[in-house]
Design a protein around this ligand. Structure first.
Ligand SMILES: Nc1ncnc2c1ncn2[C@@H]1O[C@H](COP(=O)(O)OP(=O)(O)OP(=O)(O)O)[C@@H](O)[C@H]1O
Ligand SMILES: Nc1ccn([C@@H]2O[C@H](COP(=O)(O)O)[C@@H](O)[C@H]2O)c(=O)n1
Length: 217
């Protein structure tokens, strides 16, 4: 929050984001319906899976960062890491409010949430090998006390080769980070390992390599 707050004079969009956050009720509560989060590296199939779960459970589909701040995403993606990460962190608090409202009426499926923000931040901050990550149970792997918790979090994993195939097959313009992920398998390993170390709630790993046809059966 402070990184975004400190840069309002340089980045006018930061004020708009903070205004939205200020208007949010603090500590929104989850409704009675289940809240399921789908996490994973880029192109592991999150959009495909969330769409299909939405249809089969008749669920509301949400994503982090939420639509209400997506117009400012590009601006923050081009800023230094700590400012970019603060933007994504605030996005989670905004999506929490949407989750709270939606889960009163129906199941909710969320495409990325806190675990993504944490895992990518940790992997960016820690240089070198996966062995340099903070040890298991470190505070960086803990869920923020003031953020609405989901009931279940699934981590989609595929082999690096299959993930690159899916990235290439998609053929869309790559973000700076996706290009880095392709080029830097060490970075990917650190993101995935950080996901696996997240606690309370932890990620349930799902092998997402089967083709869509196989997954239907
Ligand atoms: N089970 C599957 N088998 C083969 N290809 C798949 C499978 N699931 C998804 N794909 C393809 O892989 C590409 C990436 O999938 P998708 O967009 O769902 O991933 P994502 O995790 O949401 O990516 P991002 O995080 O970058 O938005 C798409 O072209 C999609 O059609
Ligand atoms: N909760 C989140 C969501 C996303 N990010 C960052 O954005 C990158 C790409 O997200 P997609 O929309 O393409 O899935 C992702 O690699 C993260 O760096 C985040 O930090 N927190």
């Amino acid at each position: 929050m402070s990184s975004v707050g400190l840069c309002t004079s340089l980045i006018p969009e930061a004020k708009a984001v903070l205004d939205l956050v200020d208007k949010c009720p603090k500590h929104p509560k989850k409704g009675d319906f289940p809240v399921i989060v789908i996490e994973g590296l880029d192109a592991t199939g999150k959009t495909t899976v969330t769409q299909s779960v939405k249809e089969s459970l008749n669920a509301v589909l949400l994503r982090s960062p939420p639509a209400c701040i997506s117009e400012w995403r590009k601006t923050f993606d081009d800023k230094p890491n700590h400012i970019r990460r603060a933007f994504y962190a605030l996005g989670n608090y905004l999506v929490a409010l949407e989750i709270a409202k939606a889960s009163i009426k129906s199941p909710v499926i969320v495409d990325r949430y806190w675990h993504s923000t944490a895992a990518y931040s940790i992997a960016t901050e820690i240089s070198g090998k996966k062995q340099n990550l903070p040890p298991e149970h470190h505070e960086v792997y803990q869920w923020p006390e003031d953020l609405l918790k989901p009931d279940l979090v699934f981590l989609l994993t595929v082999s690096p080769e299959e993930r690159i195939r899916r990235l290439q097959g998609r053929g869309l313009e790559k973000t700076k980070e996706e290009t880095e992920l392709e080029a830097n398998s060490l970075f990917c390993q650190k993101v995935e390992e950080s996901y696996k170390r997240m606690e309370n709630p932890e990620c349930q790993e799902v092998d997402a390599s089967p083709s869509r046809e196989e997954e239907m059966h």
